[in-house]
Write a protein that binds this ligand. Sequence first.
Ligand code: ZN
Length: 429
Amino acid sequence: MQRFMPTVKTVEELKALQLEGLKWTVNHAYFGSRAYREKMEKAHVRPEDIRGLEDIKKLPFTTAQDLQDGYPFPLLSVPFERVVRIHASSGTTGKRKVLSYTKKDIQDWAHFFARCYEMAELTLLDRVQIAVGYGIWTAGVGFQLGCEEFGAMAIPVGPGNLDMQCQFLVDFQSTVLCCTASMALLMAEEVHKRGIRDQIALKKVIFGSERSSDAMRKRIKELLGVEHLFDIPGMTELYGPGTGLDCVYHTGIHYWADYYILEILDPETLEPVPEGEIGEMVVTTLKKEAVPLIRYRTRDLTRLIPGQCPCGSILPRHDRILGRSDDMIIFRAVNIYPGQIDHIISHISGLGSEYQIILDRGEDGKDYMTLKVEREMGMDPSKDMELKRRVEEEIKKQILVSAAVEIVDYGALPRTDRKSKRVFDNRGI
Ligand code: ZN
């Protein structure tokens, strides 16, 4: 029996619910927050102007800057006596983002996080080992809150401490592991090294929002012997983790459209991209009290997945996070994201994962793209021509541009950390 799925049963009902939530949010923010009211006044829009879902276009965008400007309690739309908790982002650039929650916000978050576990087809007998960070961040408490609301057994371990993690996997017979992809890989290798795979009972791993390569996922699945890997998206601004999950068919991430509206916009023009194309995720909450979000630009890139999922859910789907809009390249009037190149080369065997994109302006005034890709370790260079042709064809087919591909030796491109510089734009202005 489903206990946490939306109460509405058809797409029409879902849209009606969204409109009701949108009207409520705009009204609530306008009268509850001076910052929001000033933004709306500047955009010449009032709550009564929102009559249909399409009127969302009239509303001004909210950005990370708005959160920073209002530090430490930005965009607060309720009096302080209604705030029961705050969380903060890790704050890698500039000030931390601090978000406030009312009691109802916490209950709503627990409810839709419980839906994640339901989507992953857990039962009350599942034992959920939570190996993400606890503290001011939303991760640990989010996973735990949702687990308890769902009714499975939470084992709150926190990150790291591989010794204890392995011991708990054996002693408590945990069936679900929640962690980042890199932590899952560490755990998988540790389980393998200790030779305890046949003593553990893991069936499912739920990944936090860190990006993971297909190769990494394959290795985790093999070493741990699990049936399913799920991707859980989330950001502090939008409650925290748990704002969607892929179902057991793994055709994309179902997102909770009864809690927020997701627009996918071209980051340059801020107009919607056609369904299925990549753009920036812009979110508007429908029920959030303490800090509602109105057209919040997340800078994360993804695409909507058209069509219906075999699971029959009316909840729409988006792809995994494919990168940041700040990384976008405009080449011959086409928007290109490094994540798209990543995706193409990870699906062609014989290639490594390192690449560089080089953009030049020719004497004819046209732009040219060169893509350098490493050959897979130990691969014979005699296949280079064939590989080059395949990559060029896929780029043409999937991104609709031409690139000259060079296959280089394994290890030839520099390695730094996850944020290696991959794009070299020599085109001037
Ligand atoms: Zn599905």
